[in-house]
Write a protein that binds this ligand. Structure first.
Ligand code: 3HC
Length: 285
């Protein structure tokens, strides 16, 4: 296995919210990063988010280097073949099993055999993703939290075949990015989403059933339990489509107690996905 001192280039697959955040924190830690997405426009949006985030951090003196120096360590590509030189791959593409399995099967033929393939999946099985490769022992979950540059924690998820050295490497890498880790077995939703998604869905259901206004649902949970965001604003922050996908996976695997709230499905069908579309439970500029 390619060890700690060999890691120079990190490939990140996906330039969306999670992918660009992971690329940013890896570049901030000094790694060269190749960020890959399927369209140039997605890469441009990812770089825009990175520039914005780096300038916010620079304004607070939270960066040890100039934002431009960090930014210059990241290159963008639309070709999976350009990841051939990667010493580590972190996949953060869409949450669809078929898409992830195709990516991992392709990666298996592109990057060297001793390279760890990590996935940022929020609820899908690491073991199922890993089985698309000839190196399931080298596949591990590295589940970052949104917004990646700000959130302290990363969940390390251990698949059925994940080698213990790979698990240890995943903890080390996340810590090297300045994060703290915890470990979860490869069971639906892992630690975080298994507990978070029912909380969000119950908030949406309670709002839909008229328990309180959306503002009071969020204020009640923030003031009453000291969380930074209430369930409705957190759902908007994560993206309602992401919440619905995660809830559906949990529902499928764990049964009716995980059924997504009806209003969550209706809002996603209407195209109101939260902050990213300017409209979710709340309206955004
Ligand atoms: N890059 C850099 N800095 C950022 C940033 C970003 N992307 N986003 C926010 N910040 C900074 C702001 O500049 C601000 O800095 P300051 O306090 O020094 O001025 C600070 O973070 C706070 O931001 P805001 O003032 O805009 O707003 P908040 O005080 O509400 O904080 C928040 C925003 C950090 C998102 C906070 O509300 C929070 O922690 N919310 C909970 C987020 C959460 O639970 N995330 C996990 C979701 S689950 C998940 O990701 C798993 C997935 O699988 C679903």
């Amino acid at each position: 296995m390619r060890g700690r001192s060999d890691i120079e280039t990190v490939a990140v697959i996906g330039a969306g919210t999670m992918g660009n955040g992971i690329a940013q924190v890896a570049a901030t830690a000094g790694y060269d990063v190749v960020m890959r997405d399927i369209e140039r426009e997605f890469l441009d949006n990812g770089f825009e988010a990175i520039d914005d985030s780096l300038s916010r951090l620079a304004a607070k003196d939270d960066l040890e280097e100039d934002p431009g120096t960090i930014r210059d360590r990241i290159t963008g590509t639309t070709a999976l073949g350009d990841l051939a030189e990667a010493d580590l791959v972190v996949e953060a593409a869409v949450e669809e099993m078929d898409v992830k399995r195709d990516i991992f099967a392709d990666l298996d033929g592109i990057v060297d055999d001793d390279v760890v393939l990590a996935t940022n999946t929020s609820t899908l099985s690491i073991t199922t993703i890993a089985s698309a490769t000839d190196r399931p022992e080298m596949v591990v979950g590295l589940h970052f939290m949104n917004p990646v540059p700000v959130m302290r924690g990363v969940e390390v998820v251990v698949g059925e075949k994940t080698d213990p050295d790979v698990t240890e490497f995943a903890h080390w890498f996340a810590e090297d990015l300045g994060k703290e880790t915890w470990e979860s077995d490869d069971k639906p939703g892992f630690v975080t989403n298994r507990v978070l998604m029912p909380w969000i869905n119950e908030g949406i259901r309670a709002y839909d059933e008229g328990v309180a206004s959306k503002e009071d649902m969020d204020r009640g949970m923030k003031l009453g339990t000291n969380v930074p965001m209430g369930p409705l604003e957190l759902a908007d922050h994560i993206g309602l489509d992401i919440c619905l996908d995660a809830s559906r996976t949990l529902h499928e695997e764990l049964g009716d107690r995980y059924k997504p709230a009806y209003l969550l499905k209706r809002k996603v069908d209407a195209g109101d996905l939260g902050k990213k579309t300017g409209q979710g439970f709340y309206e955004y500029e």
